[in-house]
Design a protein around this ligand. Structure first.
Ligand code: NAD
Length: 500
């Protein structure tokens, strides 16, 4: 069958996974098991162990032993790079398999999942270069009697907690950078999308990563995640998820060992469209920015700020685009937007759609559920007559729902854009260089796009301002994040004595 018109089949029975400890699979045994149903089809697709806190302790001990005996951090950057490059090659070879399980557990379109796996290959390739180029600094300017060296050393054992919206991509925006630095790690994926994290651990073992350097424990956030945040032998936690759970994690780390913390949290990201923009391009970008991954992206452009003179016309253009988005079976190659990943998220999105109407906003398109393939689907939805104080304009909906807010001046656009607790991402659409540059410099956001949206690559660091998080992942900063800085002061020659 022609790939472009193919629909892949569902598995005949759920795939059983163990968890990954000290370089080996461990079967679920008598542990409870979490059975995951595909959100796109409502049928069971995977079975994953609910690890115990003893399993977490064992994984941390394994990562600790690997770090302390220097089997990974003691290698040269070149040797670490070789493993990362081999991993890239193996991921590329298993693209279809990884994308398939990602789609089944997450509900995202298979073609998109495959594209994301391709992006992950690039992350490993780029991070391999960083393993070789990571370096410190030196000071030769302290006189003939002294020499200063600044080194970057791996933080140690990293705990990695990831969400369900991009299970493999978010993982690969972190793991190769963590490993490039020389750290070892224990990953805890979201309980609903653990399969591809487990596959990566297996792949890395095959690529030559020493045992114990990358462990995966599966289980719930409230048990395993919380315990990982509290763990006294985890040196750093990289947490990606909601701002509320991020707050709990900060509290847990403060009450334990003050582990170093990286936080990538929520967003309520503005798309700022000026009348002088290429409105056709902007409408397409805005539709993509909210319908891609069914709006379940931390960086989804969920607030459309548009210059009043073109606001009505532009809202119509976006509505027209969104009505054409092919929402469908995630296993269908032609689908552009798939299922809503969890039941809870489905309820949350629908409750915000109801709330927007209660608040007096006008629902101009969407708002309904779609009956597709036995799964849970929501139409791309647009609200107009929105003010920035409404809940639909302030709170992260994490679904295919965009609100339209007009503005009159550049200053007002910037003020509305920044009037949010978040500061994750923003886009500006304008053909005027002064406008685009001024907005890009004054909007508080860790990622900014000019005449595009949801773009990036392994070179560009990601992270947020304000309540969207702390620290950066990816890019050169992404590897530096997993290091700590040591100053070494070296005395040269005879000491000038303090006591005569
Ligand atoms: P979530 O916060 O519910 O869960 C994220 C992870 O944290 C999961 O692995 C979960 O099991 C774990 N967890 C839950 N409770 C925990 C606790 N008490 N202690 C430790 N870990 C715990 O988020 P989600 O629903 O999986 O993902 C959606 C959210 O993630 C959205 O808010 C989105 O904006 C955010 N997100 C942010 C980024 C970013 O880069 N800024 C990227 C993707 C998603």
């Amino acid at each position: 069958m022609d790939k472009a018109s193919a629909i892949l089949s569902l598995p005949s029975e759920p795939r059983e996974f163990g968890f990954f400890l000290d370089g080996k699979w461990v079967e679920a045994g008598d542990r409870d098991v979490f059975e995951r149903a595909s959100p796109g089809h409502g049928v069971a697709v995977t079975r994953i162990p609910r690890c115990t806190t003893d399993d977490l302790d064992a994984a941390v001990a394994s990562a600790r032993a690997a770090f302390n005996d220097r089997r990974w951090c003691g290698l040269s950057g070149a040797d670490r790079a070789a493993v990362l490059l081999k991993t890239a090659e193996l991921i590329r070879a298993r693209t279809d398999e990884i994308a398939y399980w990602e789609t089944l557990e997450n509900g995202k379109p298979i073609a998109q999942a495959r594209g994301e796996v391709g992006g992950c290959v690039g992350m490993f390739e780029f991070a391999a270069g960083l393993a070789r180029s990571l370096h410190g600094d030196s000071y030769n300017n302290s006189g003939d009697g002294a020499f200063g060296v600044v080194t970057r050393e791996p933080v140690g054992v990293v705990g990695l907690i990831t969400p369900w919206n991009f299970p493999f991509l978010i993982l690969c925006e972190r793991v190769p950078y963590i490993l490039a630095s020389g750290c070892s790690l224990v990953a805890k994926p979201s309980e609903v999308t653990s399969a591809t994290t487990l596959l990566l651990a297996e792949i890395m073992s095959e690529a030559g990563l020493p045992d114990g350097v990358f462990n995966v424990v599966t289980g719930s956030g409230s048990s395993i995640g919380q315990k990982m945040a509290e763990h006294m032998d985890v040196d750093m936690l990289s947490f990606t998820g909601s701002t509320n759970v991020g707050r709990a994690v900060v509290e847990a780390t403060g009450k334990s060992n003050f582990k170093k913390l990286g936080l990538e949290l929520g967003g309520k990201n503005p798309q700022i469209v000026f009348a002088d923009a290429d409105l056709e391009d902007a409408a397409d970008g805005v539709a993509f920015g909210i319908a891609f991954n069914t709006g379940q992206c931390c960086v989804s452009g969920s607030r459309l700020l548009v210059e009043r003179s073109v606001a009505d016309k532009f809202a119509d253009m976006v509505v027209e685009k969104l009505r054409k988005v092919r929402v469908g079976d995630p296993l269908d190659e032609t689908t552009q937007a798939g299922a809503i990943t969890t039941d809870a998220q489905n309820r949350t999105i629908l409750s915000y759609i109801a709330k927007g109407q209660e608040e007096g906003a006008t629902l101009v398109t969407g708002g309904g559920v779609l009956d597709i393939a036995g799964g849970q689907y929501i139409e791309p939805t647009v609200f107009t007559n929105v003010t920035n104080d409404m809940a639909v304009a302030r709170e992260e909906i994490f679904g295919p729902v965009i609100v339209v807010i007009p503005f009159d001046t550049l200053d007002e656009a910037i003020e509305i854009a920044n009037d949010t607790e978040y500061g994750l991402a923003a886009s500006v659409w304008s053909k005027n260089l002064d406008t685009a540059l001024t907005v890009s410099r004054r909007v508080q956001a860790g990622r900014f796009w000019v005449n595009t949206t949801l773009a990036g690559g392994p070179e560009l660091p990601i992270g947020g301002f304000k309540a969207s998080g702390w620290g950066r992942e990816a890019g050169m900063q992404g590897v530096e994040e997993y290091t700590q800085v040591k100053s070494i002061h070296i005395e040269i020659g005879k000491r000038a004595h303090w006591v005569e």
